[in-house]
Design a protein around this ligand. Structure first.
Ligand code: HEC
Ligand code: HEC
Ligand code: HEC
Ligand code: HEC
Ligand code: HEC
Length: 484
């Protein structure tokens, strides 16, 4: 009959007799101190390096739990069974019927609970820190998602760079967490097997509806009204002339106490529901739009060839319009080449003292390159050669401005183009406005008509008032801002 003091011995014997348990015990002994130390450190002080935390939670953690499982399997299902029979149900059953053994049983149960608590504590810390780790930007953007460089870079340059990836891509609630991890596991295989698509296809079809993500922070009814949009541009002439386009964008609101829904954000007012049918995966070919108002009245707009298009559609889909149909690039903002360069000029990283710099930058930046490295060296040699040959005096006197411009043009390229992932200029474009094939004109083209002949308006004043278009020192800005 085993005594309480025999328990450790019994365990040791059991482990020693079963190879499986022995391996498990070795693993646990080696891993435990590192793991506990690292997990405690991360919980209280935070480990910055994503690869270190990746190692802890994706390798050490599972190894530790695997070791425990091995010990358990070896002891209770394999060779160790003989030795640990005092912990088996059968043993307990006989003991429970024998009053004289109650005291020992109590101690055994106590010991069992105590050991389980320690294990639960360690596993709990692991799960807690591991969960936070898997929700971190570093995990999404750097470790797991090697192919995520374009998105991560474009994200860091956006106004949402302080919003965690998971707040838009997963949102709250256990079911979306599980869904995302299942699809994450599939993506992991794609990364390991190198079968992911380059570029990653958009639009993202499994994206959670905006009301669970965007609208957790932004409340459509509370949107500020119209907005003065000033676009600074530089022409491709010798002086790199600065011009401005000024628009009053009628953003309106989705309705608040003072006024009903109106303007651009009218689409997302709670009382309106706009659904549409697209015939392609990209949702650029919209052939039917239906608009339901508060009173339940529904308007159906169709293009003339809608029925044929639907019959031949490769990817027919219906969708209820939400924020993402316009704000498809709230966070991964890839600029078109002209805007990328204009921004660098605005930031004074490219000097307008260099003649034709806008034009030359546009040329080198739009070359066909296989890698970012090839692009940056072509940009450097292209601009250097140009000034050396055409403006030797400037090349001699303003060498530092040229160097600075080269760095900025290189940055404009590497922030937006990722040849390694087949992300070129305009691979990903925004649906805000109508500069691209997508955008507002997918519906607002006067070609979607109801049976009564009502169309979706393309009137230029529906969405904005154009106050100045590519003007030097526009009068309107002087009036609005005062001064000269
Ligand atoms: C403000 C919300 C928001 C945040 C924060 C955000 N995303 Fe996105 N992301 C989106 C939306 C919306 C799309 C869908 C674009 C589309 O369908 O065209 C998207 C698309 C993507 C895509 C598909 C490819 C592409 O460029 O459209 C990837 C990959 C991605 N996000 C990764 C990330 C990673 C990694 C992070 C964190 C570093 C992150 N996202 C943070 C909103 C967000
Ligand atoms: C966790 C909160 C949060 C979530 C989720 C969020 N946003 Fe934002 N968003 C912000 C904040 C804060 C700002 C202001 C940032 C600033 O101006 O510095 C902002 C700014 C914006 C802007 C104006 C700036 C710009 O880039 O044009 C738009 C548009 C926008 N958000 C759309 C969205 C959309 C669409 C989604 C869902 C895909 C979303 N947001 C999700 C917090 C959030
Ligand atoms: C019909 C297209 C459309 C839809 C749908 C839409 N927006 Fe917008 N939104 C716009 C446009 C256009 C602008 C102005 C963009 C600019 O400043 O260049 C804008 C501006 C914004 C701004 C910035 C306001 C400012 O003053 O700078 C925020 C924030 C925003 N939208 C959030 C949202 C959210 C959240 C949703 C979903 C509830 C949403 N939008 C739905 C088109 C849309
Ligand atoms: C999926 C189709 C669709 C897309 C895409 C779309 N709209 Fe609309 N929009 C409609 C419909 C339908 C109406 C109602 C008919 C009308 O007023 O012409 C409407 C109405 C409007 C109105 C008038 C709202 C009011 O005050 O009554 C504005 C402004 C507007 N849209 C702006 C935009 C802008 C800006 C974009 C692009 C960023 C855009 N829309 C993209 C379908 C769309
Ligand atoms: C359905 C709404 C809508 C209609 C109709 C519309 N626009 Fe726009 N337009 C926009 C939006 C939104 C932007 C702002 C894009 C941005 O923020 O970059 C814009 C931007 C512009 C710009 C500035 C572009 C730039 O980058 O410099 C011009 C110019 C312009 N529109 C002209 C027109 C003209 C001309 C018409 C009439 C044929 C028209 N628009 C009709 C929504 C519309």
């Amino acid at each position: 009959m085993a005594k309480l003091t025999d328990i450790p011995k019994v365990f040791m014997n059991g482990i020693a007799h079963s190879t499986i348990s022995l391996i498990g015990a070795m693993v646990v002994t080696v891993v435990f101190p590192f793991l506990l130390g690292a997990a405690l450190y991360d919980t209280f002080l935070h480990i910055e390096n994503p690869y270190v935390s990746g190692f802890i939670y994706m390798i050490l953690g599972p190894t530790f739990i695997g070791g425990l499982v091995l010990i358990f399997v070896g002891l209770f299902f394999a060779k160790g069974e003989e030795d640990v029979r005092i912990f088996t149900l059968e043993y307990l059953r006989t003991k429970l019927e024998d009053e004289s053994g109650f005291d020992r049983i109590r101690k055994l149960v106590f010991l069992g609970v105590f050991l389980t608590c320690i294990n639960l504590f360690v596993v709990g810390i692991l799960l807690y820190s591991g969960y936070h780790y898997m929700e971190s930007n570093a995990f999404c953007g750097e470790v797991c998602h090697v192919p995520m460089t374009p998105e991560y870079t474009a994200y860091q340059n956006s106004s949402h760079s302080r919003v965690h990836c998971v707040e838009c891509h997963i949102g709250s609630g256990a079911s979306w967490f599980v869904k995302s991890k299942i699809s994450g596991a599939r993506q992991l295989f794609a990364v390991v097997g190198d079968t992911f698509s380059r570029p990653i296809e958009t639009p993202v079809h499994g994206l959670r509806p905006a009301r669970d993500t965007c609208e957790q922070c932004h409340r459509p009814e509370k949107f500020h009204g119209d907005k003065l949009l000033v676009k600074d541009k530089y022409l491709e002439d010798e002086e790199n002339t600065h011009v401005q386009t000024v628009l009053l964008l009628k953003i309106g609101s989705a309705g608040d106490r003072a006024a009903g829904s109106h303007g651009i954000h009218w689409h997302v007012a709670p009382e309106n529901e706009i659904t549409y049918t697209a015939t392609d995966w990209q949702r650029n070919e919209i052939v039917e739009v239906s608009q339901r108002s508060a009173n339940g009245a529904t308007l159906q707009y169709k293009t003339a060839d809608a029925d044929d298009a639907i019959a031949q559609a490769t990817h027919q889909q219906e969708r209820t319009m939400d924020c993402m149909d316009c704000h498809n690039r709230p966070s991964h903002v890839y600029l078109p080449p002209d805007v990328a360069i204009d921004n660098k000029i605005l930031e004074k990283q490219i000097s307008v003292e260099l003649p034709y710099i806008k034009q030359q930058a546009m040329q080198v930046i739009q070359g066909e390159y296989q890698t970012q490295r090839e692009a940056t060296s072509a940009i450097a040699s292209g601009l250097t050669n140009y000034y050396e040959q055409n403006y030797p005096q400037i090349f001699a006197q303003k060498r530092n401005l040229i160097e600075q411009a080269i760095t900025a043009v290189q940055a404009a390229y590497t922030e937006n183009v990722f040849p390694e992932m087949n992300v070129q200029w305009n691979t990903y474009f925004t649906n805000i406005g109508h500069a691209n094939e997508g955008g507002c004109f997918r519906c607002h083209d006067e070609e979607h008509e109801t049976a009564e002949g009502k169309t979706i308006s393309m009137d230029c004043d529906t969405c904005h008032t154009i106050l100045a278009e590519e003007e030097r020192n526009p009068e309107i800005l002087k009036n609005l801002l005062g001064g000269n």
